[in-house]
Design a protein around this ligand. Structure first.
Ligand SMILES: Cc1cc2nc3c(=O)[nH]c(=O)nc-3n(C[C@H](O)[C@H](O)[C@H](O)COP(=O)(O)OP(=O)(O)OC[C@H]3O[C@@H](n4cnc5c(N)ncnc54)[C@H](O)[C@@H]3O)c2cc1C
Length: 415
Protein backbone atom coordinates (compact mmCIF):
# COMPACT_ATOMS: atom_id res chain seq x y z
CA UNK A 1 0.00 0.00 0.00
CA UNK A 2 1.27 3.51 -0.80
CA UNK A 3 2.63 5.83 1.88
CA UNK A 4 0.39 8.74 3.00
CA UNK A 5 1.20 12.15 4.44
CA UNK A 6 -1.29 11.48 7.22
CA UNK A 7 -3.15 8.43 8.52
CA UNK A 8 -6.18 9.20 10.68
CA UNK A 9 -7.21 6.24 12.81
CA UNK A 10 -10.95 6.26 13.47
CA UNK A 11 -13.75 7.79 11.40
CA UNK A 12 -15.96 9.36 14.10
CA UNK A 13 -16.72 13.08 14.27
CA UNK A 14 -13.15 13.79 15.39
CA UNK A 15 -11.50 11.64 12.72
CA UNK A 16 -13.69 12.85 9.86
CA UNK A 17 -13.19 16.52 10.72
CA UNK A 18 -9.43 15.92 11.12
CA UNK A 19 -9.16 14.22 7.75
CA UNK A 20 -11.23 16.91 6.01
CA UNK A 21 -9.22 19.77 7.49
CA UNK A 22 -5.87 18.15 6.65
CA UNK A 23 -6.90 17.21 3.10
CA UNK A 24 -8.32 20.68 2.44
CA UNK A 25 -4.98 22.02 3.68
CA UNK A 26 -3.18 20.05 0.98
CA UNK A 27 -2.30 16.74 2.69
CA UNK A 28 -2.68 13.25 1.24
CA UNK A 29 -4.84 11.56 3.88
CA UNK A 30 -6.27 8.14 4.66
CA UNK A 31 -8.88 7.29 7.31
CA UNK A 32 -8.51 3.79 8.74
CA UNK A 33 -11.76 2.61 10.32
CA UNK A 34 -12.74 -0.73 11.80
CA UNK A 35 -16.44 -0.46 10.82
CA UNK A 36 -18.13 0.01 7.44
CA UNK A 37 -18.98 3.72 7.51
CA UNK A 38 -18.15 7.09 9.00
CA UNK A 39 -19.78 8.70 12.04
CA UNK A 40 -18.22 6.71 14.88
CA UNK A 41 -20.42 6.51 17.98
CA UNK A 42 -23.25 8.34 16.19
CA UNK A 43 -23.44 5.45 13.80
CA UNK A 44 -22.10 2.42 15.66
CA UNK A 45 -23.59 3.23 19.08
CA UNK A 46 -26.68 5.13 17.84
CA UNK A 47 -25.67 8.22 19.81
CA UNK A 48 -28.12 11.07 19.20
CA UNK A 49 -28.88 14.06 19.40
CA UNK A 50 -26.15 16.74 19.30
CA UNK A 51 -25.82 17.99 22.85
CA UNK A 52 -26.01 21.79 23.40
CA UNK A 53 -23.17 23.88 21.98
CA UNK A 54 -24.62 27.39 21.86
CA UNK A 55 -24.62 30.34 24.23
CA UNK A 56 -25.66 33.98 24.23
CA UNK A 57 -22.95 36.64 24.17
CA UNK A 58 -24.13 40.26 24.43
CA UNK A 59 -27.64 39.06 23.74
CA UNK A 60 -26.62 37.33 20.52
CA UNK A 61 -26.75 33.56 20.03
CA UNK A 62 -23.30 32.13 19.28
CA UNK A 63 -22.56 28.58 18.15
CA UNK A 64 -19.41 27.51 20.01
CA UNK A 65 -19.03 24.61 17.59
CA UNK A 66 -18.85 25.90 14.05
CA UNK A 67 -16.49 25.22 11.12
CA UNK A 68 -16.77 21.67 9.78
CA UNK A 69 -19.41 20.81 12.38
CA UNK A 70 -21.61 23.56 10.96
CA UNK A 71 -21.03 22.25 7.41
CA UNK A 72 -22.13 18.74 8.43
CA UNK A 73 -25.16 20.17 10.23
CA UNK A 74 -26.14 22.27 7.23
CA UNK A 75 -25.81 19.35 4.84
CA UNK A 76 -28.01 17.23 7.11
CA UNK A 77 -30.57 20.03 7.32
CA UNK A 78 -30.58 20.43 3.55
CA UNK A 79 -31.37 16.71 3.25
CA UNK A 80 -34.28 16.98 5.73
CA UNK A 81 -32.33 14.78 8.14
CA UNK A 82 -32.55 16.99 11.23
CA UNK A 83 -35.32 17.53 13.77
CA UNK A 84 -34.07 20.06 16.30
CA UNK A 85 -30.64 18.66 17.14
CA UNK A 86 -31.56 15.03 16.44
CA UNK A 87 -30.43 13.60 13.13
CA UNK A 88 -30.79 10.55 10.93
CA UNK A 89 -27.56 8.59 11.23
CA UNK A 90 -28.06 6.95 7.81
CA UNK A 91 -27.90 10.42 6.28
CA UNK A 92 -24.89 11.29 8.46
CA UNK A 93 -22.96 8.32 7.08
CA UNK A 94 -23.79 9.42 3.52
CA UNK A 95 -23.03 13.11 4.10
CA UNK A 96 -19.68 12.32 5.71
CA UNK A 97 -18.59 9.92 2.99
CA UNK A 98 -19.52 12.47 0.30
CA UNK A 99 -17.56 15.19 2.11
CA UNK A 100 -14.40 13.10 2.44
CA UNK A 101 -14.70 12.01 -1.21
CA UNK A 102 -14.94 15.66 -2.29
CA UNK A 103 -11.79 16.43 -0.27
CA UNK A 104 -9.92 13.49 -1.85
CA UNK A 105 -9.48 11.52 1.39
CA UNK A 106 -8.77 7.78 0.98
CA UNK A 107 -10.69 5.31 3.11
CA UNK A 108 -9.90 1.87 4.47
CA UNK A 109 -12.81 0.17 6.21
CA UNK A 110 -12.91 -3.19 7.97
CA UNK A 111 -9.39 -2.52 9.21
CA UNK A 112 -8.60 -2.70 12.94
CA UNK A 113 -5.29 -1.21 14.07
CA UNK A 114 -3.41 -3.41 16.51
CA UNK A 115 0.26 -2.43 16.24
CA UNK A 116 2.34 0.72 16.04
CA UNK A 117 5.73 0.69 14.27
CA UNK A 118 8.17 3.24 15.64
CA UNK A 119 11.60 4.59 14.80
CA UNK A 120 12.76 6.42 17.93
CA UNK A 121 10.14 9.04 18.72
CA UNK A 122 8.43 8.80 15.33
CA UNK A 123 5.61 6.47 14.38
CA UNK A 124 6.36 5.13 10.92
CA UNK A 125 3.42 2.80 10.29
CA UNK A 126 0.47 0.98 11.78
CA UNK A 127 -0.56 -2.64 11.35
CA UNK A 128 -4.20 -3.36 10.76
CA UNK A 129 -6.06 -6.66 11.01
CA UNK A 130 -7.99 -7.40 7.81
CA UNK A 131 -9.52 -10.45 6.15
CA UNK A 132 -6.18 -10.84 4.39
CA UNK A 133 -4.33 -10.82 7.70
CA UNK A 134 -1.90 -8.09 8.68
CA UNK A 135 -1.63 -5.03 6.42
CA UNK A 136 0.97 -2.34 7.18
CA UNK A 137 0.13 1.28 6.37
CA UNK A 138 2.92 3.86 6.35
CA UNK A 139 2.51 7.59 6.84
CA UNK A 140 4.59 10.60 7.84
CA UNK A 141 2.06 11.72 10.45
CA UNK A 142 -0.77 10.12 12.43
CA UNK A 143 -3.91 11.25 14.23
CA UNK A 144 -5.37 8.97 16.86
CA UNK A 145 -9.14 9.53 16.68
CA UNK A 146 -10.11 6.10 18.02
CA UNK A 147 -11.90 7.45 21.11
CA UNK A 148 -9.86 5.02 23.21
CA UNK A 149 -6.40 6.53 22.55
CA UNK A 150 -5.66 3.18 20.91
CA UNK A 151 -2.72 4.29 18.77
CA UNK A 152 -1.24 6.28 21.66
CA UNK A 153 -1.50 3.19 23.87
CA UNK A 154 0.05 0.94 21.21
CA UNK A 155 2.85 3.50 20.79
CA UNK A 156 3.69 3.40 24.53
CA UNK A 157 2.51 6.98 25.12
CA UNK A 158 1.29 7.41 28.70
CA UNK A 159 -2.48 7.23 29.17
CA UNK A 160 -4.89 7.23 32.11
CA UNK A 161 -8.16 5.38 32.47
CA UNK A 162 -11.29 7.03 33.89
CA UNK A 163 -11.37 9.06 37.06
CA UNK A 164 -8.24 9.67 39.04
CA UNK A 165 -9.34 8.14 42.38
CA UNK A 166 -10.16 4.60 41.20
CA UNK A 167 -9.92 4.46 37.39
CA UNK A 168 -13.67 3.94 37.07
CA UNK A 169 -15.08 5.32 33.83
CA UNK A 170 -18.48 6.83 33.14
CA UNK A 171 -21.05 4.05 32.54
CA UNK A 172 -21.45 2.31 29.19
CA UNK A 173 -24.87 2.48 27.52
CA UNK A 174 -26.50 0.39 24.81
CA UNK A 175 -28.87 2.77 23.03
CA UNK A 176 -32.06 1.43 21.46
CA UNK A 177 -35.05 2.54 19.41
CA UNK A 178 -38.73 1.69 19.73
CA UNK A 179 -40.80 1.83 16.54
CA UNK A 180 -44.51 2.26 15.88
CA UNK A 181 -44.91 4.23 19.09
CA UNK A 182 -47.50 6.91 19.70
CA UNK A 183 -44.87 9.47 20.66
CA UNK A 184 -47.20 12.18 21.97
CA UNK A 185 -49.15 9.70 24.10
CA UNK A 186 -45.88 8.32 25.44
CA UNK A 187 -44.59 11.79 26.38
CA UNK A 188 -47.92 12.68 28.06
CA UNK A 189 -47.54 9.59 30.27
CA UNK A 190 -43.96 10.35 31.32
CA UNK A 191 -44.90 11.57 34.86
CA UNK A 192 -46.79 8.30 35.46
CA UNK A 193 -43.84 6.30 34.14
CA UNK A 194 -41.38 8.27 36.29
CA UNK A 195 -43.43 7.53 39.41
CA UNK A 196 -43.59 3.79 38.69
CA UNK A 197 -39.90 3.73 37.79
CA UNK A 198 -38.89 5.44 41.03
CA UNK A 199 -40.88 2.93 43.08
CA UNK A 200 -39.47 -0.09 41.21
CA UNK A 201 -35.92 1.21 41.60
CA UNK A 202 -36.39 1.81 45.32
CA UNK A 203 -37.88 -1.67 45.71
CA UNK A 204 -34.80 -3.16 44.04
CA UNK A 205 -36.86 -4.59 41.19
CA UNK A 206 -34.64 -3.32 38.36
CA UNK A 207 -31.14 -4.45 37.38
CA UNK A 208 -30.54 -1.09 35.63
CA UNK A 209 -29.35 1.44 38.24
CA UNK A 210 -30.11 4.52 36.12
CA UNK A 211 -32.29 6.97 38.06
CA UNK A 212 -34.76 7.76 35.26
CA UNK A 213 -35.76 6.91 31.72
CA UNK A 214 -33.82 9.01 29.21
CA UNK A 215 -35.74 9.30 25.95
CA UNK A 216 -35.53 11.51 22.87
CA UNK A 217 -37.81 12.12 19.92
CA UNK A 218 -36.29 11.34 16.52
CA UNK A 219 -36.79 12.75 13.02
CA UNK A 220 -39.14 9.76 12.40
CA UNK A 221 -42.55 10.63 13.86
CA UNK A 222 -43.35 7.25 15.45
CA UNK A 223 -39.86 6.26 16.64
CA UNK A 224 -38.48 6.87 20.14
CA UNK A 225 -34.76 6.87 20.97
CA UNK A 226 -33.63 5.61 24.40
CA UNK A 227 -30.24 6.34 25.98
CA UNK A 228 -31.14 4.73 29.27
CA UNK A 229 -29.29 1.49 29.97
CA UNK A 230 -26.39 1.81 32.40
CA UNK A 231 -23.50 -0.59 32.94
CA UNK A 232 -21.09 0.46 35.68
CA UNK A 233 -17.71 -0.63 37.01
CA UNK A 234 -16.54 -2.29 33.78
CA UNK A 235 -13.33 -1.44 31.95
CA UNK A 236 -14.23 -0.38 28.37
CA UNK A 237 -10.78 -1.40 27.12
CA UNK A 238 -10.97 -4.97 28.49
CA UNK A 239 -12.72 -7.28 25.99
CA UNK A 240 -13.98 -9.63 28.73
CA UNK A 241 -15.54 -6.70 30.62
CA UNK A 242 -17.04 -5.28 27.43
CA UNK A 243 -18.58 -8.66 26.58
CA UNK A 244 -20.21 -8.76 30.02
CA UNK A 245 -21.33 -5.17 29.55
CA UNK A 246 -22.99 -5.95 26.20
CA UNK A 247 -24.85 -8.93 27.70
CA UNK A 248 -26.00 -7.03 30.78
CA UNK A 249 -27.07 -4.00 28.75
CA UNK A 250 -29.16 -6.19 26.46
CA UNK A 251 -30.99 -7.59 29.49
CA UNK A 252 -31.55 -4.00 30.63
CA UNK A 253 -33.03 -3.10 27.23
CA UNK A 254 -35.65 -5.85 27.51
CA UNK A 255 -36.25 -5.07 31.17
CA UNK A 256 -37.02 -1.39 30.60
CA UNK A 257 -38.99 -1.97 27.39
CA UNK A 258 -41.31 -4.47 29.13
CA UNK A 259 -41.54 -2.10 32.12
CA UNK A 260 -42.51 0.84 29.90
CA UNK A 261 -45.12 -1.21 28.08
CA UNK A 262 -46.77 -1.78 31.48
CA UNK A 263 -46.38 1.72 32.93
CA UNK A 264 -46.41 4.16 30.00
CA UNK A 265 -48.95 4.90 27.27
CA UNK A 266 -48.44 4.86 23.54
CA UNK A 267 -46.44 1.65 23.27
CA UNK A 268 -49.42 -0.71 22.74
CA UNK A 269 -48.54 -1.39 19.08
CA UNK A 270 -44.83 -0.70 19.36
CA UNK A 271 -41.88 -3.01 18.80
CA UNK A 272 -38.25 -3.01 19.82
CA UNK A 273 -36.84 -1.79 16.54
CA UNK A 274 -33.10 -1.88 17.05
CA UNK A 275 -30.27 -1.82 19.52
CA UNK A 276 -26.95 -0.21 18.62
CA UNK A 277 -24.31 -2.36 16.90
CA UNK A 278 -22.00 -1.73 19.87
CA UNK A 279 -22.44 -0.58 23.44
CA UNK A 280 -21.52 3.11 23.77
CA UNK A 281 -18.39 4.06 25.69
CA UNK A 282 -18.54 7.54 27.23
CA UNK A 283 -15.05 7.46 28.65
CA UNK A 284 -12.03 5.16 28.53
CA UNK A 285 -8.34 5.99 28.07
CA UNK A 286 -7.13 9.56 27.81
CA UNK A 287 -3.58 10.52 26.90
CA UNK A 288 -1.30 12.32 29.34
CA UNK A 289 -0.14 15.01 26.97
CA UNK A 290 1.71 18.31 27.05
CA UNK A 291 -1.18 19.89 28.98
CA UNK A 292 -3.80 18.08 31.05
CA UNK A 293 -7.08 20.01 30.76
CA UNK A 294 -8.84 19.95 34.14
CA UNK A 295 -12.35 20.38 35.43
CA UNK A 296 -11.01 23.39 37.36
CA UNK A 297 -9.90 24.97 34.04
CA UNK A 298 -13.39 24.45 32.66
CA UNK A 299 -15.11 25.88 35.74
CA UNK A 300 -12.76 28.92 35.60
CA UNK A 301 -13.85 29.48 31.93
CA UNK A 302 -10.15 29.42 31.01
CA UNK A 303 -9.24 30.72 27.57
CA UNK A 304 -5.84 29.36 26.60
CA UNK A 305 -3.38 31.21 24.38
CA UNK A 306 -3.22 28.10 22.22
CA UNK A 307 -6.98 27.44 22.46
CA UNK A 308 -8.29 25.60 19.38
CA UNK A 309 -11.92 24.82 20.27
CA UNK A 310 -14.57 26.19 22.64
CA UNK A 311 -17.11 24.40 24.81
CA UNK A 312 -19.81 25.12 27.38
CA UNK A 313 -21.53 21.74 27.58
CA UNK A 314 -22.24 20.93 31.19
CA UNK A 315 -19.89 18.77 33.25
CA UNK A 316 -22.24 15.83 32.89
CA UNK A 317 -21.11 12.88 35.00
CA UNK A 318 -23.22 9.73 34.90
CA UNK A 319 -22.31 8.04 38.16
CA UNK A 320 -19.56 5.47 37.44
CA UNK A 321 -20.80 3.45 40.44
CA UNK A 322 -24.60 3.31 40.05
CA UNK A 323 -27.57 5.69 40.22
CA UNK A 324 -27.39 9.44 39.77
CA UNK A 325 -26.04 11.95 37.27
CA UNK A 326 -24.29 15.14 38.39
CA UNK A 327 -24.23 18.35 36.40
CA UNK A 328 -22.37 21.62 36.49
CA UNK A 329 -24.04 24.02 34.03
CA UNK A 330 -22.05 26.94 32.64
CA UNK A 331 -23.67 30.35 33.09
CA UNK A 332 -24.95 31.96 29.91
CA UNK A 333 -22.17 33.59 27.91
CA UNK A 334 -19.41 31.59 29.63
CA UNK A 335 -17.27 28.89 28.04
CA UNK A 336 -13.75 27.50 28.16
CA UNK A 337 -11.30 26.64 25.41
CA UNK A 338 -9.24 23.54 24.73
CA UNK A 339 -5.50 24.06 24.32
CA UNK A 340 -3.58 22.60 21.36
CA UNK A 341 -1.12 21.13 23.88
CA UNK A 342 -3.85 18.74 25.10
CA UNK A 343 -3.77 17.07 21.69
CA UNK A 344 -0.03 16.29 21.89
CA UNK A 345 0.86 12.92 23.40
CA UNK A 346 4.04 12.41 25.35
CA UNK A 347 6.92 10.53 23.74
CA UNK A 348 6.21 10.93 20.02
CA UNK A 349 6.74 13.79 17.60
CA UNK A 350 4.45 13.02 14.66
CA UNK A 351 1.10 12.15 16.22
CA UNK A 352 -1.85 14.15 17.55
CA UNK A 353 -4.85 12.82 19.42
CA UNK A 354 -8.36 14.10 18.69
CA UNK A 355 -11.79 13.38 20.13
CA UNK A 356 -12.94 12.14 23.51
CA UNK A 357 -9.47 10.85 24.50
CA UNK A 358 -7.35 14.02 24.53
CA UNK A 359 -5.25 14.90 27.57
CA UNK A 360 -7.64 15.81 30.38
CA UNK A 361 -9.03 14.73 33.69
CA UNK A 362 -12.32 12.89 34.21
CA UNK A 363 -14.30 16.09 34.96
CA UNK A 364 -13.17 18.00 31.87
CA UNK A 365 -13.78 14.96 29.66
CA UNK A 366 -17.36 14.83 30.96
CA UNK A 367 -17.92 18.18 29.23
CA UNK A 368 -15.91 18.31 25.98
CA UNK A 369 -16.75 14.71 24.93
CA UNK A 370 -19.92 15.68 23.01
CA UNK A 371 -20.08 15.31 19.23
CA UNK A 372 -20.09 19.03 18.32
CA UNK A 373 -16.96 19.70 20.41
CA UNK A 374 -14.97 16.61 19.38
CA UNK A 375 -15.70 17.57 15.77
CA UNK A 376 -14.01 20.94 16.39
CA UNK A 377 -11.08 19.28 18.17
CA UNK A 378 -10.71 17.05 15.12
CA UNK A 379 -10.77 20.02 12.76
CA UNK A 380 -8.00 21.63 14.79
CA UNK A 381 -5.87 18.46 14.77
CA UNK A 382 -6.24 18.14 11.00
CA UNK A 383 -5.46 21.82 10.40
CA UNK A 384 -2.38 21.52 12.60
CA UNK A 385 -1.24 18.48 10.65
CA UNK A 386 -1.59 20.34 7.34
CA UNK A 387 0.79 22.99 8.75
CA UNK A 388 3.22 20.38 10.13
CA UNK A 389 3.27 18.47 6.84
CA UNK A 390 3.90 21.60 4.76
CA UNK A 391 7.13 22.38 6.65
CA UNK A 392 7.99 18.83 7.86
CA UNK A 393 7.68 19.98 11.46
CA UNK A 394 7.32 18.00 14.68
CA UNK A 395 3.76 18.53 15.98
CA UNK A 396 5.09 20.53 18.96
CA UNK A 397 6.59 23.13 16.60
CA UNK A 398 3.36 24.03 14.82
CA UNK A 399 2.82 27.76 15.25
CA UNK A 400 -0.38 28.00 17.26
CA UNK A 401 -1.05 31.61 16.19
CA UNK A 402 -1.04 30.44 12.56
CA UNK A 403 -3.17 27.45 13.52
CA UNK A 404 -5.74 29.63 15.28
CA UNK A 405 -5.80 32.08 12.36
CA UNK A 406 -6.33 29.19 9.92
CA UNK A 407 -9.19 27.80 11.99
CA UNK A 408 -10.87 31.18 12.23
CA UNK A 409 -10.43 31.82 8.50
CA UNK A 410 -12.13 28.48 7.89
CA UNK A 411 -15.17 29.43 9.97
CA UNK A 412 -14.32 27.91 13.35
CA UNK A 413 -15.26 29.63 16.61
CA UNK A 414 -12.44 29.69 19.18
CA UNK A 415 -12.88 32.67 21.49
C1 LIG B 1 -24.13 6.22 25.35
C2 LIG B 1 -23.58 7.53 24.93
C3 LIG B 1 -24.43 8.62 24.84
C4 LIG B 1 -23.94 9.83 24.42
N1 LIG B 1 -24.81 10.85 24.24
C5 LIG B 1 -24.41 11.94 23.54
C6 LIG B 1 -25.37 12.84 23.05
O1 LIG B 1 -26.58 12.69 23.27
N2 LIG B 1 -24.92 13.91 22.33
C7 LIG B 1 -23.61 14.12 22.07
O2 LIG B 1 -23.27 15.11 21.41
N3 LIG B 1 -22.65 13.26 22.52
C8 LIG B 1 -23.05 12.16 23.22
N4 LIG B 1 -22.12 11.22 23.62
C9 LIG B 1 -20.68 11.47 23.42
C10 LIG B 1 -20.23 11.30 21.98
O3 LIG B 1 -21.05 10.42 21.28
C11 LIG B 1 -18.79 10.78 21.89
O4 LIG B 1 -17.97 11.25 22.90
C12 LIG B 1 -18.21 11.17 20.53
O5 LIG B 1 -19.02 10.64 19.51
C13 LIG B 1 -16.79 10.71 20.40
O6 LIG B 1 -16.34 10.98 19.10
P1 LIG B 1 -14.90 10.49 18.64
O7 LIG B 1 -14.79 10.85 17.20
O8 LIG B 1 -13.88 10.96 19.61
O9 LIG B 1 -14.93 8.90 18.82
P2 LIG B 1 -15.91 7.83 18.18
O10 LIG B 1 -17.15 8.43 17.69
O11 LIG B 1 -15.98 6.72 19.16
O12 LIG B 1 -15.09 7.36 16.90
C14 LIG B 1 -13.98 6.52 16.99
C15 LIG B 1 -13.89 5.70 15.72
O13 LIG B 1 -12.68 4.96 15.76
C16 LIG B 1 -12.93 3.63 15.32
N5 LIG B 1 -11.93 2.79 15.97
C17 LIG B 1 -11.77 2.57 17.30
N6 LIG B 1 -10.74 1.73 17.52
C18 LIG B 1 -10.25 1.41 16.29
C19 LIG B 1 -9.17 0.57 15.87
N7 LIG B 1 -8.43 -0.11 16.75
N8 LIG B 1 -8.94 0.46 14.54
C20 LIG B 1 -9.72 1.14 13.64
N9 LIG B 1 -10.74 1.95 13.99
C21 LIG B 1 -10.99 2.08 15.31
C22 LIG B 1 -14.35 3.36 15.79
O14 LIG B 1 -14.94 2.32 15.04
C23 LIG B 1 -15.02 4.70 15.59
O15 LIG B 1 -15.61 4.84 14.33
C24 LIG B 1 -22.57 9.99 24.09
C25 LIG B 1 -21.71 8.89 24.18
C26 LIG B 1 -22.21 7.67 24.59
C27 LIG B 1 -21.29 6.51 24.61
Amino acid sequence: MKKYDLAVIGGGFAGVAAALAAARGGADVIIIEKSNALGGAANICLVNPFMPYKTKIDGKEVALSAGIFREIHERLEARGAMRGETFLEEELKYVMSEMVAEAGVSLLYHAYIFKSHKDGDRITAVSVATKQGEVVIEADYFIDATGDAQLAFLSDCPTILGRESDNLCQPMTLCFRVGNADVEKFYASKPKLAEAHKKALEAGELINPRENVLVFKTPIHNVLHFNTTRVVKKNPTDPADVTEAELLARRQVYEIYEFMKKHADGLENSFLMMTAAEIGVRESRMIVGDYVLTEADCRAFTKFEDGIAACNYDIDIHNPEGSGTSHYYFPEGEFYTIPYRSLIPTGVTNMLVAGRCISSDHGAQASYRIMPTVCCIGEAAGSAMALAIKDSLPVREVNTDTLRATLKANGAFID
